[in-house]
Design a protein. Structure first.
Length: 168
């Protein structure tokens, strides 16, 4: 009988089940940690993209002097602004009455499309699932822009605001 027990090699069923259970618990913990890391990376990527858009818009305002973004097709829609920052922007300076002063000049592109050569909002769209779009606030007197991702639960969604120095 002792000879039979000594010749048995391998693991018992109970030992195998315990090892599989431990591996399952470790995999569940690792998966939940990975999901959190991936979400944080996407959130930070959206914040960096927003900073990049803000710098591009501020640079355009400084280069062209178009502090009210009149050269944009729709300066109240962030999607249009972001798409046009990926293209050449034609701008003719105007005086206070709206009369053209000088020749039309081209500025940009200030953003390089990430996916291919075609300018589109989707190239800079938020990646994090809770970000709905971007809020752009520009300051004509400072020739500066701020861009922030819009969080889920914000009923305004994408929007553009102008801050002229008065309290909001």
């Amino acid at each position: 009988m002792k000879k039979m027990l000594k010749n048995q090699k391998g693991f018992s069923l109970v030992e195998l089940l315990i090892v599989i259970a431990i591996m399952g618990v470790l995999a569940a913990i690792a998966f939940s940690m990975f999901a959190g890391v991936l979400g944080n990376a996407k959130r930070r990527a959206d914040e960096r993209t927003a900073d990049q858009i803000a710098k591009a818009l501020s640079l355009y305002m400084t280069d062209s002097g178009d502090v009210n973004l009149t050269a944009f097709e729709d300066n109240s829609d962030p999607k249009v602004i972001i798409r046009q920052l990926q293209e050449k922007i034609a701008y003719t300076p105007v005086d206070e009455e709206g009369n053209p002063v000088g020749d039309e000049k081209y500025y940009g592109p200030y953003l390089t499309p990430k996916e291919g050569d075609t300018p589109a909002y989707e190239n800079f769209a938020p990646q994090f699932k809770n970000h709905l779009g971007y809020k752009i606030v520009y300051y004509p007197s400072l020739q500066k822009a701020d861009v922030k991702p819009v969080e889920e639960g914000n009923e305004n969604g994408d929007e553009v605001g102008v801050f002229n120095g008065e309290e909001e």
